[in-house]
Design a protein around this ligand. Sequence first.
Ligand SMILES: [Zn+2]
Length: 333
Amino acid sequence: MKKFDYEEIVGHSLIQKKLCQAVSCDRVVSAYLFCGSPGIGKKTVARAFAASLLCQAPHNGKPCHTCASCRLLASGNHPDLITLQAPTDKKSIGVEPVREQIVKEAYIRPFHAGRKVFIIESSELLTVEAQNALLKILEEPPAYAVFLLLAPSADQLLQTVLSRCLKFQFLPLSDDVCRSYFSKQEAENSRKELAATFSQGIIGRGLTILKDEEYYQLYQKTLAQLADFPSSSTALPRLQQFFIQNRERIDDVIDFMLNFLRDCMRQKISKNPKLICADNQATIERFANAYSPGSLVRMMEAVVSFRTRLSKNASFTVAGLELLTKMQEEIHD
Ligand SMILES: [Zn+2]
């Protein structure tokens, strides 16, 4: 069950304060844009803010959790909260869902609350046509409607849409906040420690490595592949097999490789490196000792280029071979 409460939010205290003030001082605007990396807390904040907007008796701008509206939200059936989620393929959100679920709905008065709240997750996926359809309602919104647009960055949104939204930028949290949050979770200490370093200020990222066993195993397997590089001549062909076996999750594999290579670079240049893959320190040390800083940088560039090629629909096999060839040049240099 999704929670609709400020208690659920980790950090972002200034944003919380401003949103609560907007409700308590009745200075709510009709459209907000929450920007920040996936997992940073945009949805959690949007849900808490939506709850306070719909609550019949908010206290200091926070939902009361007892009124009819709050109870409806808790049951998951509030008719005045409409969420437009990204499609499962995560490719794009076309004009049809925007017209049907947002624009049409916005002209229907609220059933329960004095307001009607629309959360548009993954707004960056809205096509230009979809954004233009949304723009019409943003330009002349009904007085009761509040639109919350969520996106990693404002770059993919049209200037005309941006100009209608009050923007809040979500920044990564401090190490201390993350460490304290993950120390309270149920898990082995080493895993909690990894979650804190791996999060890099983004709670959702740390939670994934803490709770998603498959993701955690893939992380360990990717690092085990790289661990062999300095000592084994068959490491590269094995990495190629590994890519093919994990083709469906190649984005995660690429992320793990980049985190690892960045750690090796930190290990190389700093006396007290703050590692992301803190649980694999010995492997990182060995790898960093085996290669020059220049080699590490070129390996990172090769991995980034692999990702770019895949995002442009290059052949998986060709792009993979290109990466392996570049890595081979560095290994045997
Ligand atoms: Zn309430």
